[in-house]
Write a protein of this length. Structure first.
Length: 531
């Protein structure tokens, strides 16, 4: 059997390492390519090259003598090739009769190997079955039964690409190769971009106060690269900006938009503590239909009722209720009702223009995809004095990166709101009722507030993040809400809203904590009493 190493899992899993010869091959491959190549495509081409080398070596070695198989007879002086021994070549030195009742009549040949000076004995003229008597699709002439390069890549993609990436990114010749997204180029294919060019790009973006695409930067950079095509100049700009921490690549209508990190709102760069979800495990099957309905009404972006469901992309508008964490940081949730109104991107952040439906003002907002929120709307919320629990509406425009935002106005009145008072040092939390000015439609169950952002964040940081943290917070908050009601009751939506002042959590785990606590009794219509 002519065993091909490339057909074995052991080779790709344990023995494969990208060699200098392999890097020469990849270098020439990228150099001759019409366009940049992905890691996956480079891996596939390298597998094909390994198969080509292996076939060429086998054909070369097999020309040196007769392939040894136990079933054949051999004469003294005959040259044999042993594929199972990595194509060792030896000469038959002597023959004798074999002695083994299990195999009947057969011969034993002694073969000398000139490379090592050693000799070994092998069976010949053997009439019983032996694995070396069959090819099993492993000869150079039986290619149809071999695994293809694509099949090998599919089976061993992780191991092959891990080795390839290590060689390209961290190996001795890593300076030869440049990665842009998942595409690879040679470093000497790029236009030279120095710090002066980067300073010009920074000034242009700051002057225009908006993200720019490389095509807008090129005319001002004057790269002096007549021998480099414009597409490659664009790639060069993208690579240079991506290597400088001053610049941030954001998603948009074009493949690349560049902005200045220092001009982005803090919430776009780092998710605030009260927007980071804390989702504990719970038995969702125990939630009643009534609680599941309320969960759906709340449409929390981290709730299970929001996962995997979206409103149709043709729905012209949608409404949602502003909860405390989003009010505090001037953000909007990317929930099942809202996410289709905003662009999607493979980048961490995308930009979108939000248009005030009341006054027409335009705001640059940032879609933070992993955090499931849109930031940059604090100024808009403050301009209209919107409270927690305000009803907000989003409307589509003809442009995919623009959306109209509005609220439901009404005559201004002073209304009761639950106000939180926290003492981070004493880790105390109290609720009281005070009147605030409200000029919009709002959900009375969800209205809670506090002006002490630093105090809330300090209190949040002091919470012991163990498995029982949510139960402890719920245990503390429910009596605080109930004491504000003449009936001594607390609504589950109010509890959800108040909990999220301290601990970002979707409704499901909160509702489960409520029904699991024997102190709380169901009073109907979503209300609970405290024993």
């Amino acid at each position: 059997m002519l065993l091909r190493r490339t057909q074995t899992a052991a080779f790709w899993r344990d023995q494969f390492n990208v060699s200098s010869e392999d890097l020469d091959f990849i270098h020439n491959l990228i150099l001759d390519a019409v366009s940049p190549m992905t890691t996956g495509l480079l891996a596939l081409r390298l597998i094909q090259e390994y198969q080509r080398r292996e076939t060429a070596r086998m054909e070369s070695e097999l020309k040196k003598g007769t392939i040894y198989q136990p079933k054949s007879s051999y004469a003294i002086g005959q040259t044999l090739v042993f594929p199972a021994m990595d194509f060792l070549v030896g000469e038959v030195l002597e023959t004798r009769a074999g002695q083994n009742p299990e195999h009947g009549l057969f011969d034993v040949i002694r073969v000398g190997f000139a490379d090592s000076g050693a000799s070994r004995e092998f069976a010949a003229n053997l009439h019983t079955d032996h694995r070396l008597n069959t090819t099993n699709g492993q000869t150079t002439g039986d290619e149809g039964s071999l695994l293809s390069a694509a099949e090998i890549h599919s089976l061993h993609q992780d191991e092959i690409e891990e080795s390839l990436l290590f060689a390209l990114e961290e190996g001795e010749r890593s300076d030869e190769f440049v990665q842009i997204d998942d595409y690879w180029l040679l470093s000497d294919m790029l236009a030279e971009i120095h710090v002066g060019h980067l300073n010009i790009a920074e000034a242009l973006i700051e002057m225009r106060d908006r993200p720019l695409v490389p095509e807008e930067l090129l005319p001002e950079l004057d790269l002096q690269a007549e021998d480099i095509s414009q597409p490659m100049q664009i790639i060069s700009v993208n690579h240079a900006l991506g290597s400088d921490e001053r610049f941030d690549k954001v998603g948009g209508a074009a493949a690349y938009f560049w902005f200045l990190t220092r001009l982005e709102p803090p919430e776009a760069l780092n998710t605030p503590s009260l927007l980071r979800p804390n989702i504990s495990r719970y038995n969702r099957a125990l939630l009643s239909v009534e609680l599941l309905q309320m969960e759906w009404e709340l449409d929390d972006e981290w709730g299970e009722s929001s996962v995997g469901t979206n409103i149709s992309s043709v729905v012209p508008s949608a409404s949602f209720t502003l909860i405390f964490p989003h009010w505090l940081y001037g953000t909007l949730p990317l929930s099942s009702r809202t996410r289709e109104f905003f662009p999607r991107s493979t980048q961490n952040r995308s930009i979108v223009t939000v248009i005030d439906g009341r006054w027409g003002n335009r705001y640059t907002a940032w879609v933070v995809h992993a955090g499931r929120y849109v930031c940059g709307l604090k100024e808009w919320m403050n301009a209209h004095n919107l409270p927690v629990s305000a009803q907000i509406t989003l409307e589509r425009t003809d442009k995919p990166d623009e959306v109209v935002i509005d609220y439901r106005p009404r005559r201004m009145k002073r209304e009761w709101s639950r106000i939180a008072k926290v003492d981070p040092e004493a880790m105390s939390f109290d609720l009281e009722m005070n009147k605030i000015q409200i000029a919009c439609e709002y959900d009375d169950h969800l209205i809670v507030s506090s002006e002490d952002q630093k105090g809330l964040e300090a209190y949040n940081a002091g919470i012991d993040r163990n498995d029982g943290a949510l139960d402890q917070i719920v245990e503390m908050i429910v009596p605080e809400i109930a004491k504000l009601s003449p009936q001594g009751t607390a609504h589950v939506k109010t509890i959800y809203s108040a909990v999220n002042m301290l601990w970002r959590c979707p409704p499901g785990p909160i509702f489960y904590a409520l029904i699991s606590n024997r102190r709380f009794q169901d009073a109907g219509n979503g209300f609970l009493t405290v024993k």
